[in-house]
Design a protein around this ligand. Structure first.
Ligand code: PLP
Length: 393
C-alpha cells in the first residue's frame, strides 16, 4: 500500500512520489555500514563505472546532488562574470541558482507551449556575444531536443550543459541522454526515478574535465581519503584549488548501484502507470503530456496534466486543494522562475515576458507517479478527478 509518511484516517494517502526501496537496497546499505567505510570510496567508483556504462558515456562523476553537478559543469565550461547562460524559466530554482553561483548570468528563454521544454527559436533569439553556454532542461523526463541544441551550440561556438534531473533514462534517435551535451547533470534526489536520498551524477566525454570535477568536488585535494588510507598508500595530499564539498558517499552509491540494477523494472512500471493515466484521463477535459516524436523515449519522471478553467471549469489550484482533501498528493512543476521574487527583482522580470512558461506555471498539475505505486492508486486518482470535474460530491 502506498500509505506514505503522511498517512491519515480514511482511504490511504496516495503520495505524489515515494522512493521505491526494497530488499536489495536494504542489504546494500547494511553491507556498507558493516564495511567500516561510509564516505567516498569503492562503491562510488563502482557506481560511476556502472552509470557511465548504462548511459554509454565515457565518464561519470558522482556527486552529492544534481545542483552540485550543474555548478561544477558550468565552472568546467570556464564561465566567468559577464558570461551569459541561456536556460528556460520553467525549471527548479537549482538550475538558475547554479548559473549565478558559477558567476554567470542566467538569460531566460521561453519554452514550447506543448512540451514545456526550452524553445530552440526562443533560445536562438536570446543569444548575444556574451552567451557561453546553453542549459536546456529535460522537463518532466521529456528530452529538450538535445540534437537541435547541440547543433545550435556547435554553430555558435558554445558549450551545452543539460539539466537531466528528471531524465535518468531517455534517448533520442538512438542517442542516450548523457552522451550528447558537453556535460549532463542527473539527480538522484528522493523523488527521482533512481533515488539515493540525495545525490547526482555528471556525465561527460572529457576525462580531463571529469578528473577536474572529482578534485573540485572534494575540497581541491590532490588525493581522496580512500586513496590515502589504503594499506601502504602515501598519506600526503596537496590542495591544488579552493574546491567544494560535493562528494557522494559510499552509502549513497550502494543505494545507487542497487537502484540502477532495478532501473529497467522500475521504468517498466512507470510505463504501465503512464498508460493507465493516459487511458483513464483521455475522456476528461484536461491537457495530457504531448506525444513524443518517433524514435524518442521519455524518462517518465512526472505525469503532468494541464488544468485550464475555460476547458474544465476548475482552476489548477482549486483542483489541487480538492485532491488534497481527498488524500491525493500532487505538485506543481514549476512556478516559473521569473515569477519568484528573487529572480523578478534581480533581473527586472515580470508576468507576460514568457507566456508559454506562464501557461505551464498556472495550469500544470503533477499527479502521483512513482515506480512502486499500485495501478489501483492510479485508478483512484482518475476516478477522483473525474468525480470532481463532473461536480458530483
Ligand atoms: C529541473 C531540476 N533541476 C535540478 C534539480 C536539483 O536536483 P538536486 O536536488 O539533485 O540538486 C531539480 C530537483 O528536483 C530539478 O527538478
Amino acid at each position: 500500500m502506498s500509505t506514505g509518511p503522511r498517512a491519515q484516517t480514511g482511504p490511504a494517502f496516495v503520495p505524489l512520489a515515494r522512493p521505491d526501496m526494497g530488499e536489495a537496497e536494504l542489504s546494500a546499505v547494511a553491507e556498507v555500514l558493516a564495511s567500516g567505510w561510509l564516505t567516498t570510496g569503492p562503491r562510488v567508483k563502482a557506481f560511476e563505472a556502472a552509470f557511465a556504462q548504462h548511459v554509454g558515456a565515457p565518464e561519470a562523476v558522482a556527486l552529492n546532488s544534481c545542483t552540485a553537478g550543474l555548478h561544477l559543469a558550468l565552472l568546467a565550461c570556464g564561465v566567468a562574470p559577464g558570461d551569459e547562460v541561456v536556460t528556460p524559466p520553467l525549471t527548479f530554482c537549482a538550475t538558475a541558482n547554479a548559473i549565478l553561483h558559477a558567476g554567470a548570468t542566467p538569460v531566460f528563454a521561453d519554452v514550447d507551449r506543448d512540451t514545456g521544454t526550452l524553445s530552440i527559436a526562443a533560445a536562438t533569439a536570446a543569444l548575444t556575444p556574451r552567451t557561453r553556454v546553453l542549459l536546456p532542461v529535460h522537463h518532466a523526463g521529456r528530452p529538450a531536443d538535445p540534437l537541435a541544441f547541440r547543433a545550435l551550440a556547435d554553430g555558435h561556438g558554445l558549450r551545452v550543459v543539460e539539466d537531466a534531473a528528471h531524465c535518468v533514462d531517455a534517448s533520442v534517435d538512438g542517442q542516450r541522454i548523457g552522451t550528447i551535451a558537453d556535460f549532463t547533470a542527473f539527480s538522484f534526489y528522493s523523488t527521482k526515478n533512481l533515488a539515493t536520498g540525495e545525490g547526482g551524477m555528471v556525465t561527460t566525454a572529457s576525462a580531463d574535465d571529469a578528473d577536474w570535477m572529482r578534485v573540485a568536488a572534494l575540497h581541491g585535494l590532490s588525493r581522496d581519503a580512500w586513496a590515502r588510507y589504503a594499506p601502504g598508500a602515501p598519506a600526503q595530499y596537496d590542495v591544488v584549488m579552493a574546491g567544494f564539498k560535493y562528494n557522494m558517499m559510499d552509502l549513497q552509491a550502494a543505494l545507487g548501484l542497487a537502484q540502477l540494477a532495478r532501473l529497467a523494472e522500475m521504468q517498466a512500471h512507470r510505463a504501465r502507470l503512464w498508460d493507465r493515466y493516459e487511458s483513464g484521463l483521455r475522456a476528461l477535459p484536461l491537457g495530457r503530456p504531448a506525444p513524443m516524436p518517433a524514435g524518442w523515449t521519455h524518462a517518465r519522471h512526472l505525469y503532468t496534466v494541464m488544468v485550464e478553467p475555460d476547458r474544465c471549469g476548475w482552476t489548477r489550484d482549486a483542483l489541487q486543494a480538492a485532491l488534497g482533501r481527498e488524500g491525493i498528493g500532487t505538485s506543481v512543476h514549476f512556478r516559473a522562475l521569473h515569477l519568484h521574487s528573487y529572480y523578478a527583482q534581480r533581473f527586472s522580470l515580470a508576468r507576460g515576458m514568457f507566456p508559454n512558461a506562464e501557461h505551464h506555471s498556472d495550469h500544470a498539475l503533477s499527479l502521483p507517479f512513482w515506480s512502486g505505486m499500485p495501478l489501483a492508486d492510479a485508478d483512484r486518482v482518475v476516478e477522483t478527478i473525474a468525480r470532481l470535474l463532473s461536480g458530483r460530491a
